[in-house]
Design a protein around this ligand. Structure first.
Ligand code: HEC
Ligand code: HEC
Ligand code: HEC
Length: 273
C-alpha cells in the first residue's frame, strides 16, 4: 500500500467509533463516548453541559469509578434516576452493552486528596462525628475511628445514609470528588487494632482474674445464652468499661484507654472465635 492509502485507511479507522451507533459495537469506550460523555464528560469529569443540568448536575464518574459497586452502577444506568436528566438507558443499551460501559467507567483512575477530605469532613461531618471522628454522643452517631466498614461501604453510607437515623444521604450535599476525598480521609482515621499489643495488655490487666479469654463469663441474663464472641465490639467494650465490671475489675480496667480496649478485644476475638 502507498503511504497515502495508509493514511486514508487509518483515518477511516479513527472515524469509525465516532460514527458507529451504539448497537454496532461492544466497545465500552465507544458506547460511553456516544451515550454518556455529553453529560458525564469524555474523561468522566462532568462536561459544561452536564454541570448546567437541573434539578441536579451530572456527576463525576472518575472519582467514584472504583468506589461504587457494579451492581449499583447497573441499577442506576438501567433504570435511571427519576426526576433527573439521568434517564433509563435500558431502551438504548442492551444488558451486555451496559456491562461494557461499566467496565470502561471502572478503568477511570482517581487519587483522593486527603487534605480536601479533612476540610470537608470538618465542615460537614464533625458536628455529629466530632473533629476527630470519635464522637458517639447525643445524636447516636457512630465512632468512625472504630468503624468496621471498608472504603466502599463508607462511600455507600455517605451516598445513601441510614434511613431512620440522623445519618442522611450526602449525595446532593457533596460532589463525588468530595465524597471520595472525605471517605478516604475517614478510612485513614481508622484505628488499626493490634492484637499482639492486646495480648500483652491482657496478660498484665486481665489474666489475674480471667486466665484466658475463654474463662470470661458474662454477667446477668446474658450469661446463660451468650458468650463474648456473640457480642459486637461496641457491646463488649461497654461490658468491660461500664456497668458492674468496673466495680469488680477496678483500677486495671479504669486505667486503660479506649484504644487499649480495642487492642485487647482484637486479642480476645482471636482467642474466643
Ligand atoms: C443528559 C445527560 C446525561 C446522560 C446522557 C447520561 N447521564 Fe448519567 N447522570 C446524569 C445526571 C444529571 C445524573 C445525576 C442525577 C442525580 O444527582 O440524582 C447522572 C447520574 C449518573 C450515575 C450516578 C452517579 C452518582 O455518583 O450517583 C451514573 C452511574 C450514571 N449517571 C451513568 C451514566 C451512564 C453510564 C451514561 C451513559 C450510558 C449516562 N449516565 C448518561 C445525566 C446524564
Ligand atoms: C446530623 C448528624 C450527622 C452528620 C452531619 C453526619 N453523620 Fe454520619 N452518622 C450519624 C449517625 C446518627 C450515624 C449512626 C447511624 C446508625 O445508627 O446506623 C452515622 C453513621 C455514619 C457511618 C457509619 C459508621 C458505621 O460504622 O456503621 C459513617 C461511615 C458516617 N456516618 C459517615 C459520615 C460522614 C463522612 C459524614 C459527613 C459527610 C457524616 N457521617 C455526617 C450522624 C451524622
Ligand atoms: C480483679 C478481677 C478482674 C479483673 C482484673 C478483670 N476482670 Fe473481667 N470480670 C471479673 C469478674 C468477677 C467478672 C464477673 C464474671 C466472672 O466471674 O467471670 C468479670 C466479667 C468480665 C466480662 C463480662 C462482663 C459482663 O458485663 O458480662 C468481661 C467481658 C470481662 N470481665 C473482661 C475483662 C477484661 C478484658 C479485663 C482486662 C482488661 C478484665 N475483665 C479484668 C473480674 C475481673
Amino acid at each position: 500500500m502507498r503511504i497515502k492509502q495508509w493514511i486514508g485507511a487509518l483515518a477511516a479507522l479513527a472515524i469509525l467509533p465516532m460514527t458507529a451507533t451504539a448497537a454496532d459495537t461492544l466497545d465500552g469506550k465507544a458506547l460511553y463516548q456516544a451515550n454518556c460523555a455529553q453529560c458525564h464528560g469524555a474523561t468522566g469529569e462532568v462536561s459544561k453541559f452536564g454541570k448546567s443540568l437541573k434539578p441536579f448536575p451530572a456527576r463525576n464518574h472518575r472519582a467514584i469509578a472504583k468506589l461504587v459497586s457494579s451492581d449499583e452502577m447497573r441499577r442506576i444506568i438501567t433504570y435511571g434516576i427519576r426526576g433527573t436528566a439521568m434517564t433509563p438507558k435500558k431502551y438504548k443499551l442492551d444488558a451486555l452493552e451496559i456491562e461494557e460501559v461499566i467496565a470502561y467507567i471502572q478503568t477511570f483512575d482517581y487519587s483522593p486528596n486527603l487534605a480536601n477530605g479533612k476540610k470537608r469532613f470538618e465542615a460537614v461531618c464533625s458536628t455529629c462525628h466530632g473533629g476527630d471522628g470519635r464522637a458517639t454522643t447525643g445524636v447516636g452517631a457512630k465512632n468512625l475511628v472504630y468503624t468496621k466498614l471498608n472504603l466502599t461501604e463508607i462511600v455507600h453510607t455517605m451516598r445513601y445514609g441510614r434511613p431512620g437515623t440522623l445519618m442522611t444521604s450526602k449525595r446532593h450535599q457533596l460532589t463525588n470528588i468530595d465524597i471520595a476525598d472525605v471517605a478516604s480521609y475517614v478510612n485513614s482515621l481508622k484505628y488499626m487494632a493490634n492484637p499482639a499489643q492486646g495480648k500483652k495488655m491482657y496478660a498484665s490487666n486481665c489474666a489475674s482474674c480471667h486466665a484466658t479469654p475463654h474463662d470470661i463469663k458474662l454477667i446477668g441474663n446474658a450469661a446463660s445464652s451468650r458468650s463474648v464472641s456473640d457480642l459486637s465490639d461496641r457491646l463488649l467494650d461497654l461490658r468491660i468499661r461500664h456497668g458492674r465490671h468496673v466495680d469488680r475489675a477496678g483500677k486495671k480496667v479504669e486505667n486503660l484507654s479506649v484504644d487499649d480496649i480495642q487492642d485487647i478485644m482484637a486479642y480476645m476475638r482471636a482467642n474466643t472465635n
